[in-house]
Write a protein that binds this ligand. Sequence first.
Ligand code: ASP
Length: 435
Amino acid sequence: MSTKMKVCKFGGTSMANAETIAKVAEIIKTDKSRKFVVVSAPGKRRPSDTKVTDLLYACADSKDFDEALSKVKERFDDIIKESKIKLKLDYTMTKKDTREYLASRGEYLAGKVMAQILGYEFIDAAEIIKFDSKGNFLAEVTHNLCKKRFAKVKTGAVIPGFYGSDDKGDIKTFSRGGSDVTGAIIARAIDAEVYENWTDVDGFLKCDPRIVDSPKLIDMLTYKELRELSYMGANVLHPEAIFPVRASDISINIRNTFNPKHEGTMIVPTKFFERGDYKRETATITGIAGKKDFVAINVEKSMMNNEVGFARRLLQVLEDDGVSVEHMPTGIDTICVVIDRAQFAKSSIQKVVDDVKKVCKPDRVTVVEDIALIAVVGHGMTARKGTAADVCGALADADVNIRMIDQGSSELNIIVAVDNKDFETALKALYGKLG
Ligand code: ASP
């Protein structure tokens, strides 16, 4: 196969039943370059339903293995019957199988079904996606195996997402939602024209729809912007899925299986955007995302600016206590470290404060708990004056106190910290002004 191809990954709702799988097949058939297909296990058919992966985890955890397994069989038997295909699936699973092996069977069986419907070959992910014995993904070994195997593909191939195997052949899985990662790995291996990630929404929204009424859709964003937005909670895509494709300058296109005419959201390498390959409809701000429950530790010491190594000592304390830092705004005699509350699992806030006092000998340490961070993100800020003024103005008008404000010199984002209780009000006000 010489011309550039697309990798299409279909998520759980796209694979939920025979009807949705028929839509998937239709999408693949309408574009000849859709030759590499990655599938998730069947997801929920309705809100109260259970995903096949959860049924499989229940097999591993439940006392009545056979009863749990029968629910999995029922899902696939229905799909096969209603799709009117002739396929005998191998449901060999036993109580002795590992949790990861059992969990992987949803994607394995869904891949078999999809390959039969499309007339594509089935490639077991265990052959090509490799992990070490501790479950760490082996990127380069996998890349080489994939390239070798894909060179033999004639018509097209279906690869189950979510899992691979270690050197003993034991099945290992990525974290939940990991089929997105498999899709990205396959896209890199075939040097895809684009990695299409088909899901059940039209794309990324500019703001959280649970807080802001009908936010606009983002037509295009860069990898850098996505990083700023995704770690703050916009999770349409597994965060680790961007690395294999970003490194190879492959764009990701988020698409909706249930609205295939919509062009979705395009996630593009930052340099393509910077050199003007993409024009966007969205203006200064690409998106606004936030997260509650951060802790700010303020460390004060006079003449801190003259003390060689102060910041290093402070960061060393945090490293020794196993805590990672989100942001670090500084003043002449102060450094503030903003930390996700979830980081204090190993060492408590009090222990970290005590260690800072012991090692850094500051004049004063104060702690502010229950703060929320909001990132206002967009390359468009570079060319425009007054974005920071708009941010501050919108929050002042909404009577929200800004606890901290931070803008990197890249002018890609402005981060504001507000009290947890003001989070929703702040997000609404910022979207109202800049969205
Ligand atoms: N089926 C797995 C899960 O539910 C992986 C995936 O769908 O991406 O997490």
